[in-house]
Design a binder for this molecule. Structure first.
Ligand SMILES: [Zn+2]
Length: 429
């Protein structure tokens, strides 16, 4: 069973995310899957053609129109309050912008959570129960429909309803299979024991049901995937490294699985790629920022960002409270000091290369408690390429020539960093 969460960090984030609503809104608002999907990728799957919410803060109904009946499983999760509906893979042909809340639902989102499995996640305004849930066959001119009835309950009743659902052994296959199926094929990349080259892991953030930040119809998950693939191509061309992607398509990968992949490959470097957005109320910000791990955030913005990024698993509807911790308490481990030194060295090298070609944030080197940077033995940085909330940055992020320039400077920094490391450590790291 994959161990995915530093649940203490995440519970903290769950509490704090109420204060960071603009980021939640940016994630939940436009849930239409804007990833370019080929016809082959979506053909043959059941189609969801419309979704709507009705009701009020006492009772709220969700209706999803389908072209056929499908099996499903609905359950509630706590911290934060959510309802999750697991489905076989569905082609969500919904108008963009669907996902706004009503009644007991603050917002909802939908998308792939694993190959072959789709999910709808409802963020609730407070504790609620699933009063009924049905898939109805087409009848009387109405299409097949998934209908979910939610009712307000108090915290005690919610906790009682939660108890059996929180026990993984009582959950049917699809809910339980999600994390394992999403991670295991990737965690077992083709073994290359004879390949002596250092492994570089490139980690495009978000994916699948988790869009990341969004602006002007551009989802972070797509921007960072395109960037990550370009960086991979640049590094592979040099022939010096074995390059592994945590994801190379629009699939959700839990945060801890990204860390585990880097560790299992004994990676020489882990580079997570993101694009930030500043809540409107906080004004404007621009430029790229390079983050390393620290247990105390370097400033309030770094703290806000780490909280937002660390929410990925909650956004995808994973039950964080049941996750055992693995990489959780090692933050201050002495063994990690050397890794941190290397991470910081790479961050400085990267800034040195990037600042000559790329617009940088006014404080371009920061640190905070990003879960994805917590491998104790793999130098790791997280690069926020820019702000999708800033017009100029967004123009850059979607520009081929900007991407090529930025990839080139990152590639140069990686070359310099690993040349030094290899010279110090000998050829077989
Ligand atoms: Zn991100």
């Amino acid at each position: 069973m994959a161990s995915r969460a530093n649940h203490r960090v995440l519970l903290g984030c769950a509490l704090l995310c109420a204060a960071a609503l603009p980021c939640a809104d940016s994630i939940a608002g436009g849930t239409a899957d804007s990833a370019p999907q080929t016809a082959a990728a979506t053909a043959g799957f059941p189609i969801a053609s419309a979704a709507r919410l009705a009701g009020d803060g006492k009772q709220t109904r969700f209706i999803l129109d389908l072209d056929q009946t499908i099996p499903f499983r609905a359950f509630v999760l706590a911290d934060p309050y959510r309802v999750v509906v697991d489905l076989p893979q569905v082609n969500f042909a919904l108008p963009s912008g669907v996902g706004a809340g009503r009644g007991l639902v603050k917002a909802f989102r939908y998308g792939l959570v694993m190959p072959g499995g789709s999910r709808i996640v409802f963020d609730l305004t407070g504790p609620a129960k699933i009063a009924s849930s049905n898939v109805l066959a087409a009848a009387n001119g109405q299409p097949a429909r998934l209908v979910l009835e939610l009712e307000e309950v108090d915290r005690t009743a919610f906790a009682q309803a939660l108890a059996p659902e929180s026990r993984p052994e009582l959950r049917p296959a699809i809910a339980d299979a999600a994390p394992a199926a999403a991670s295991e094929p990737r965690a077992q990349e083709p073994a290359a024991p004879t390949d002596p080259r250092p492994v570089v892991v490139i980690d495009p953030g978000h994916g699948g049901i988790d869009n990341g930040t969004q602006s002007s119809g551009e989802a972070e998950k797509n921007l960072v995937l395109a960037f990550g693939l370009a960086l991979r191509d640049r590094l592979e061309k040099s022939g010096k490294y074995r390059v592994v992607m945590t994801r190379d398509d629009d699939t959700f990968i839990p945060l801890n699985d990204r860390v585990k992949l880097a560790r299992s490959l004994n990676a020489a470097l882990f580079v997570s790629i993101h694009a930030d957005a500043l809540p409107r109320a906080e004004g404007d910000a621009q430029g790229a920022t390079i983050y390393t791990l620290s247990d105390k955030a370097s400033d309030a913005e770094a703290e806000r960002l780490a909280e937002a990024e660390n929410r990925a698993d909650a956004i995808a509807g994973f039950n964080l409270t049941e996750e055992p911790t693995e990489v959780a308490d090692i933050l201050i481990d002495l063994a990690q000091r050397e890794t941190r030194t290397f991470s910081n060295r790479f961050a400085h090298l990267l800034m040195g290369e990037m600042k000559s070609t790329v617009r940088m944030h006014k404080h371009p080197l920061k640190s905070a408690g990003f879960r994805v940077l917590k491998a104790p033995d793999v130098p790791s940085v997280l690069v926020e390429l820019g702000y999708v909330s800033n017009k100029g940055d967004l123009d850059h992020l979607v520009s081929e020539s900007w991407r090529a320039k930025t990839v080139a400077s990152m590639g140069q920094a990686i070359d310099t960093f690993l040349a030094k490391r290899l010279a110090n450590a000998g050829p077989a790291r």
